[in-house]
Every structure is written in structure tokens, then in C-alpha cells.
Design a binder for this molecule. Sequence first.
Ligand code: SAM
Length: 321
Amino acid sequence: MKSDYPDLPGLPPLFMQRLQNILSPENYEQYLHFLAATKTTCFRVNTLKISIAELIDRLHAQKIITHPISWCEEGYSVANDQRRMLTETTEFQTGLLYIQNPSSLFASLVLSPKPGEEVLDLAAAPGGKTLHLAALMKNEGRIAAVEAVKNRFFRLKNNIANAGANIVQAYHKDGALIGRLVPKRFDRVLLDAPCSSEGRFDLNNPESYLYWNEKKITEMTRKQKQLIYSAIQCVKPNGILVYCTCSFSPEENEAIVQYALDKFGQAIEILPITVPFPNFQTGLSSWKNDFFSPVMENAIRIIPDAMMSGFFICKMRINSF
Ligand code: SAM
């Protein structure tokens, strides 16, 4: 496959070569087109603390121009030259809004928790998705948020307190152990797995991709398998699991879901994603020598654009096993 953008500076050639085989030609072109652009700043109104209308009025009064995100009621964007102004507002500093990429908003909407449910976020820090889940649940029910890395755990705790997400209890633990501790306990589980972060590579920030190599991917898949196994054990019969990463690699995505299908068989049903969103590619049916179940086409890859970063999302129902 040929590109009109040969030899883009910086990005590892092997990464680009792999990506050409993962994305359709049109999606690969779109990726290249937006690669050098700084992403538009997006935020979520923290509806636990303020109504959408009131927050937007308060920002407009400070000459901050907001644009709604069509598929997420509480999501907005501002032009990048207003990012600084936004972060200097008391509204930002007191947790009335949370800056996050819309791909993250999308993942919480796909999990779609209801007030009163018990929810587990198995890899939670810094907590963008946890806080959104608490808002979707209107602070009714319970969320257990697990984080293994100490300094990130403390950041998570601060963010929870700042957002007034009272139903969230944070745990400093290895997520791989949780399945054995609380089996079949939760109505819904989010596993936003640690990954190679390929979806966030940024040409303006070489640190975002300099460490990348295929060994790193293999290293992440070991963790991801342990975590998805644990996550599945935690789900109540007929409960929902959302597995997502900000990586493009099939090894970290389809292959991890396939690992779960192989381990738990019929107990796992891969569900279609019904949240309306135009800009995605469906899950792959094969990669190198591996073939994936045809239901993998219910999973999606968000293709980066001016706002969204790359993301893989798969929604599953976990039946009795
Ligand atoms: N969901 C988060 C959000 O939206 O703000 C981002 C999560 S990030 C992709 C993955 C997180 O998993 C990192 O904070 C990482 O430290 C944590 N992590 C890595 N290994 C873990 C493990 N074994 N158990 C729990 N968390 C782990």
C-alpha cells in the first residue's frame, strides 16, 4: 500500500507500516491528515456540581466560546487558543468541568451505567472515565475504582474529591487480583487497559512515540490478558463489560477479546455498539497468522480526527459461566 505522505518525520516506520495494514486506505489517509494537528480542547460539564446551561453561561460570560459535541450532551469543545483561559477559570479549578478527549467520553457512554448500579473501573487513574460514570449514575449506586500505580492512585483520589463523585471508592490494588476477591459482583465493568498508547502519538511531542516498539506491545498484551480475565470474573451474570484501549494494535485489541472468547466461550456475547458516532472502523477479522471470531466486527476503532484520538472499544455481555 502506498502513501501520499512518505517518510513522515519521527514516527517509527514499522508503526506506520503496521497501521497501513490495520486501517482502510481512507482511514489511514485521515490519520495522516490529522497527525500533525494539535487536538481541539474538549471538556465534560460535571453535572454532579452544576447544570450544563449554567456552566456554559458562566464560560460565555468570560468570553470563552464553546461548541457542543453532537453525540454527547455534556461534552463541549473550545478552540485551542482558549485552552489556557479555560484552565485558568475557577470553574475548571473547582471541578465544574473536566478536560478530556471525546474518545474517552464515548467509552463511558458505551458502558452506559444506570443510577443505583454497582460498577467497577478496573484501571481507573487519573479518573476521567470514572468521574463521567459517576455523573451518568447521578451519584446513585456505587463505583469501585482500582489503580495499581501509587502516584496515579493519589491523583485519582484527588480528582474524585474535586469532582464531588461521592459514590466512588478508590482502591490501590492490582486489577488482576480483583476477579478472585469479588467474583460476579458488578452490574458493569470498564476495563480501559494500560496499552502502548499508539492512538495518542503526537508529532509535536516525540516523547509520545519514541519508546514504541513491538516488544512493548507484547509486554502490554501480558497485562491485558490478566486484566480482562479478572474483569470477566467480576461481572454478574448478564452484566456488561467494556474493554477499550488507546492503541491501534490488533495484538492489544481483537487478540485480547479473542483470548477471552477462547477462555470463556459461549459466556461472552460481543454486542453491537449503538451510541451514534460516525467516525470508526469495525474490528478486524484477522491479523498476521491469527483469525478472529466474526462477531469481532461489533467492536470499533475510532479513527483520529481534529478532536478524537485513536481508540478501540468492544462491548460484551457476560452470561453465566
Ligand atoms: N481510565 C483512565 C481515565 O480515563 O482517566 C485511564 C486509564 S489508563 C489507560 C490505564 C491505567 O491502568 C493507568 O493508570 C495504569 O497505571 C493502570 N494500571 C496498569 N496496570 C494495572 C493493574 N495491573 N491494575 C490496575 N491498574 C493498572
